[in-house]
Design a protein around this ligand. Sequence first.
Ligand code: NAD
Length: 275
Amino acid sequence: MPKKNKLKIGIVGCGAIGSSLAKEIAVNFRAYAVLSALYDIRPEKAESLSRKIVKSTKLSVTSLDALIRKSELVIEASSAKAAWGVVRKSVCAGCKVMAMSVGGIVGHLDSLFVLAAKNNTQAYFPSGAISGVDALKAASIAGINKVILTTRKHPNAFKGVDYVTKNFRLSGIKTNKVLFNGSASLAVKYFPQNVNVAAVLGLAGIGIDKTQVRIIASPKVRKNIHEILIVSKAAKIFTRTENILHPHNPKTSFLAVLSAIAVLKQILQPVKIGT
Ligand SMILES: NC(=O)c1ccc[n+]([C@@H]2O[C@H](COP(=O)([O-])OP(=O)(O)OC[C@H]3O[C@@H](n4cnc5c(N)ncnc54)[C@H](O)[C@@H]3O)[C@@H](O)[C@H]2O)c1
């Protein structure tokens, strides 16, 4: 039964993820939600996406504040640098918020809990391109000893990452090369556009400092592969996810978009399945 009061959803960042989500909301969630506004730091991207969806630029707005005024749920799909500003402003305005650039939120989680509670609203962080977050959340209630993430991507996925450019010559990598081995907090700092999954794992499990991350450039892989080992008081868990790349941004996995859609379903639909 379609709802009378549809949730108004605004999207910040009209790139690979934002565009996919906008189309999904406009088509498959139309019984429950309405796309209310689109904002991008490059206005032509919001205008172009609006034209594709409603055949005019009427959904595009020129500031984050304008988007928040038109929305009840704000989806952040922009950059790690912008993420906390988007989340903070949205929550302070009483909007729900779903953030994709999770790496930009670490360090702000305590403030987020306080602000969300004070403004009686919720913030959501999709699992992204990994499997196992459901089990990690449950296991962490009993106690977690260890969480190790091993990420393998083609060297091209690390193009433009300052830490890699300074320390490695990507074109010279012919066999598996460990680019990073350390805490999730450092991984997020050095690979802000690559390891949102490390941030999610840290936030859902034993924290960002204790979660361990290995990042490997692997010339033979054509997928983004994430392996996770969790040792807990309840279970030993191992997951491996071989991700197909998003057709419009090879740094982004297709599953990350679907994960956001799955969270939207949890928010919008009356029956919620899974942890
Ligand atoms: N949680 C996950 O599992 C996961 C997976 C993949 C990507 N991500 C993150 O999601 C975000 C979006 O990914 P994408 O693949 O769509 O990237 P993209 O580069 O395709 O699109 C990003 C868009 O955001 C816009 N933008 C940048 N800064 C902005 C700002 N301050 N305000 C408004 N718009 C801004 C850009 O102009 C661009 O159009 C990135 O931060 C990425 O790291 C998260």
